[in-house]
Unconditional design. Sequence first.
Lengths: 431, 239
Amino acid sequence: MSAHSRIALFALALAAMARPAAAVVTIDVTRGTESRIPIAVVPFAFEGAGAAENLPAAIIEANLARSGRFAPLAREDFAARPQTPEEVRYKPWRLLKVENLVIGRLKEQKDGRIQIQFRLLDVFRERQIAGQKFTVPAARLRKTAHQISDIIYEKLLGRRGAFDTRIAFVTVDGRPRRYRLQIADADGHSPKTILESSRPVLSPAWSPDGRRLAYVSFEQNRSMVYIQDLWSGKRERIAGYDGINGAPAWSPDGRRLALTLSKEGNPEIYLYELAGGKLRRLTRHTAIDTEPAWSPDGGGVIFTSNRSGRPQIYRISARGGAAERVTFGGKYNAGASYAADGKSLVLITNQGNGYRVALYSLAEHSVRELTRGRHDESPSFSPNGDMIMYASQAGGRGVLAALSLDGRVRQVIRTRAGAVREVDWSPYGGQ
Amino acid sequence: MSRLLRAGLFARAVLFTAAVHSALFIVLIQGFSWFTPPKRGGEPISASVVFARDIGDWRAEDLRKREGAARAARQMGEALARQKEERRAAEKLAQQKRAEEKEKKKRQKQLAERRKAEQAERAEQAAREAENKRKVDAVWRRAAEDALSALIGRIAAKVERNWRRPQTSRAGLRATIRVNVARDGSVTGARVTRSSGDPLFDQSAERAVLKASPLPFPKDPQYYEFIDTFDFKFHPDEL
């Protein structure tokens, strides 16, 4: 049989199989990876008199990297630095396996404001996915970069980003010690001090509308719970009873605070009605009950209790009744809060290797450690539930750390002064 | 005397001539009436016309007559014999002809039979060849099947390596991407023909195919000349 007829036969057989009815070969694709999205954020060009503002691109790139969902391409690997879609040649980026490209320009306006425009491009489909123009005062450039990061995040992941949010945290430094309650951007920049005291400040908690902060201050030599309005600076004392006044937690509707009070002798969980100031005791047990946190639907409160001998998480209905144990396993599970979907808790666990941030699956009753520290504390979900901020130790000093939910990306956030003690991530809005 | 002699000679000549003519006549008659029944040939020839009645020498005449008759009879016998001979020959010829006819028929029959046999053999041969071809085709088909499934496996693996599934995707999503390829495997076009309803999922699938370009086509594009369109069905099995 000649080579030619062999090919013909083979091709004929292939053709017969390949196209019985439809003229196509069908291939099933069932497995994929969930790796990080390769993206390149090209430095934005700046037209104007001021110092070159490479800032937005740098902020965007850092945000995306910190989220754990993106793998920004190193600048030295950039094939080119296009500023407009016309300048983009997609092929070199494709060879670098970059899926998305962020380009943009900054332009100083006559009134001193800055016009910033960006485009998010799909390298393989050669399409623009998003593009927007903002004109802002120079001081708002950082916030705009966070907003752009959120747009990119949402366009590429289908989830709302949480870059344009804030964190509240407590630092301590100096001799004599200075305690500062601060709020900053979610990346730790632009900190502002809300309260400064020579006495400890504890447990900052954002109101659901993001406009108020509840916290515990020892400024009068004993613990008291305050709510402070961030716009007006006005504050109100909520609890100043004998004994412990601590661990405020806002209900999802913002109408109630769960608190730990020991005014009746033993630390118990109480609910405080903001309108009217009514106080109701929720737990009744001889053990210590503290660190309350609300379920996303507002129907229940979880808290830490040592009623089994060691700290574990328990749950009680917001209407009261019997508490049921939630966490099992490990000698220490404490400081829990719910993920937005209500399916898991983030908490501090100690399985014998130190106090670490962990995810606790409520369905499987399994603990997954996310950090490798020895003294991690105060974990808090980002409002979209995709990241966790917590207080950790670095070089014997308290620092802020951001963690992706899969635990793969952990980044220490530099703060200007002081050792960080506690942190709480803000909800959306309220700015 | 001489007159007499002359007259006698003349008469003999006439008689002889008449006898010869009558003999010839008889032969002629016999000849013309070939297929008439043979008994008619037995009519006496004595009725022939006598030209010289006045001739006295009857003896001679009689003798001549007898001689002539004998001759005629002999001739007639010869003619009859000849006739018989000819009839026999004709019969023989007819027989031969019949035999030949028979032989011809026999030959024709044999020929027909041979043709029939040949036809059957040819049909059998054709069937054998068809069976053979079917077997060969089956071999090629199997080879092509193996080659195609190997090719599909390689292509699917490359696309899967390049498919970054959106983490937010719900379970049970299905999308189909129709892909056109050049003969070297490079993707020349990709479009969503069946949407999952989740734009991010669709995009991830489309991008996976584009990222996997060129698809791992074999070194011999001639074999795959006709394969220029694929339907990639994305349906994660472990979300």
